[in-house]
Design a protein around this ligand. Structure first.
Ligand code: NAP
Length: 236
């Protein structure tokens, strides 16, 4: 059982977790003994995902959470706080990957990608990280991509690359503002067989979830403000 203090148990909240990598992260954190808040933007998909993990005896609850909807992160944090549920571990996983170049992606799509992949994580951090700082403990994992890495060539659709590069910058800035045992890191899960990654991807969701779970459960002497794939640092 993962415990921070003898009487307190970790709670992890994962966004975009009704399927794909986020779902697997919920399963793995639950198996490690954390209480899991599985969130998804669609109530039905979220309920089905929660039921699947409950059947595996994972201690889990669900919440409807569209990260791109203004005010949704604050409202969710308030609802959880009212029930004395404090989020110790936050995994910003929700993401979209529409195609398009800088000059031809339509403005609405560009905005939607930024609202989901970047602002969604930003507002979720702002809703949950202050309580982590107050408590002196927290783990934030921003699920980014090699497509957001200047060092790896920003390879991929324009809006997606820009949004993930911005998420990486957010990671560095927020990590620099953290204190106590609060750690903020970014991760590239690799090319993973999900709806986003497609059937030809080399990695299983289990492998894609691995480094995310490692960062979500880092010990006190673990890294802060880094970008990782397979537990190794990669360039921003
Ligand atoms: P996926 O199977 O397409 O799942 C994406 C998840 O994000 C779904 O649960 C989706 O919900 C959710 N989502 C999208 N917009 C949302 C919103 N506004 N609010 C809440 N949830 C929302 O993709 P995945 O492969 O698991 O990707 C997970 C993360 O890994 C993403 O951040 C992605 O960029 C990153 N990543 C993936 C790969 C890869 O090869 N798969 C590589 C690098 C990075 P719905 O079911 O409602 O659409």
């Amino acid at each position: 059982m993962a415990r921070r203090r003898s009487d307190v148990r970790y709670t992890a909240l994962v966004t975009g977790a009704n399927r794909g990598i986020g779902f697997e992260v919920c399963r793995r954190l639950g198996r490690r003994g954390l209480h899991v808040v599985l969130t998804g933007r669609d109530a039905r998909g979220m309920d089905e995902a929660v039921a699947r993990l409950r059947a595996e005896e994972i201690d889990i609850e669900g919440a409807v959470f569209d990260v791109a909807r203004e005010g949704a992160a604050g409202a969710l944090a308030a609802r959880l706080r009212a029930r004395d549920v404090r989020v110790d571990v936050l995994v910003n996983n929700a993401g979209i990957y529409p195609p398009g170049a800088v000059l031809d992606t339509d403005p609405g799509t560009f905005r939607e990608v930024m609202e989901t992949n970047f602002f969604g994580a930003l507002w979720t951090c702002r809703a949950f990280v202050p309580a982590m700082l107050d408590a002196g403990y927290g783990r934030v994992v921003n699920v980014s991509s090699g497509s957001g890495s200047f060092g790896e060539g920003l390879d991929g659709p324009a809006a997606y690359c820009v949004s993930k590069a911005a998420l990486d910058a957010l990671t560095v800035k927020l990590a620099s503002e953290s204190r106590g045992d609060v750690k903020v890191n970014a991760v590239c899960p690799g090319w993973v067989r999900t709806r986003m990654g497609g059937p030809g991807a080399r990695r299983s969701v289990e492998k894609g979830a691995e480094t995310i779970v490692w960062l979500a459960t880092l010990p006190a002497d673990g890294p802060n403000g880094g970008f990782f794939r397979d537990r190794k640092r990669i360039p921003w």
